[in-house]
Write a protein that binds this ligand. Sequence first.
Ligand SMILES: Nc1nc2c(ncn2[C@@H]2O[C@H](COP(=O)(O)OP(=O)(O)OP(=O)(O)O)[C@@H](O)[C@H]2O)c(=O)[nH]1
Ligand SMILES: [Mg+2]
Length: 394
Amino acid sequence: MSGPVCLIESDENGKFHVIKEAKDILDGINEPVVVVSVVGLYRTGKSYLMNRLAGQQLGFALGNTIESKTKGIWMWCIPHPSITGQTLVLLDTEGLGDIDKGDSKNDSWIFCLAVLLSSTLVYNSRGTIDNDAVQKLHYITELAERIKIKSPSSPSEEDDVAGEEDYNFVCFFPSFVWCVRDFTLELEIAGKQVTEDEYLDFALTLKKGRSKTISDYNLPRECIRSYFPSQKCFVFLSPASVENMKFLESLEEQDLEPAFLEATGRFCEYIFAESAVKTLKGGHQITGKMFGDLAQIYVDTISSGQVPCLEDAVVALANLENQAAVEEALQVYKSGMEEVKKKFPVNVTDVTQEHQSVSSLATSEFIKRSFKDDNQEYLKKLEVSSGYKLTKYG
Ligand SMILES: Nc1nc2c(ncn2[C@@H]2O[C@H](COP(=O)(O)OP(=O)(O)OP(=O)(O)O)[C@@H](O)[C@H]2O)c(=O)[nH]1
Ligand SMILES: [Mg+2]
């Protein structure tokens, strides 16, 4: 894929759509995908950071004015820089909090989609992680209303001890990385040198007490701590001198500040080494094709005015994949039987044996791709269809 394309756009009525060109690209990716998204306030250098991850000077479009640039969610699929057989999907999102746009509902859904779709969520902000910065992450406190884990239609009686986890976002949410840009302070707390992670941990310290002010202060911090399986922090100095900042996009490596290069190097290394393949609830790893279907499922749900549900999405995705697995297996079966046919005339015993081996090859192809076929509904479909072929060939 040569450059980024728009994956999800929102129309003038605030409805989201998956763009066909992006879906077509994803349909052609049968490898597992690691999905890294960046979210944060508008004009904070998100697209620039994503280009660094892609190892490219140009890619996601940056703007040089104060107007927000990225709209909707953009996608760039590249071969994983350090793992063969995986694709890295970078998602660059529309900046949050643009007053001109004045649509906080759109912002909340963009944030929510980034959480739902990624295996690593990068939150990008400028300056320091002070209370103001944490409060600006209020989108996180709305997630409990915007994402359901359990399907309302699923039976609750098997909610055994393990089932309790189903109410726990931490089992299904991406890992969380906070990138602080143009950081100018010393990494020091009470005169003691601290790491970036300790700095984040300190900024997320909860206050004791039950007053409204204290619970408002604590809420986003509690959400960050409890929703995401890991929290990591990187601080970056300004990328270039004041006079060079105007041409940031066209600056060569040697014109960038060494400290900035060092931080981006560590950040990229961490993302490449630690970001996991995107999985569904239940742990099934997804391919690029499934990722496109997943985006479509969530976008359709949101556009229809409903709240996306992780469990429903798995069922919908499993149905699509299992149907495709049946068709693929039938194809294997059909071409296998064509080969057998070429050997005709053969005796009944040989035909039965050949048929059995073609059938089991088809079944194993099906099993490789299918998942969550709990009642073997699709496996039976395959058997019925190939049984039909048997009478035709037999
Ligand atoms: N000061 C500073 N400017 C940066 C940094 N990174 C990028 N920029 C510049 O800031 C401007 C905005 O950068 P983008 O990467 O487009 O920011 P964004 O967050 O994607 O912006 P939106 O898509 O509008 O939300 C551009 O002029 C960049 O050259 C940085 O680390 N520090
Ligand atoms: Mg941008």
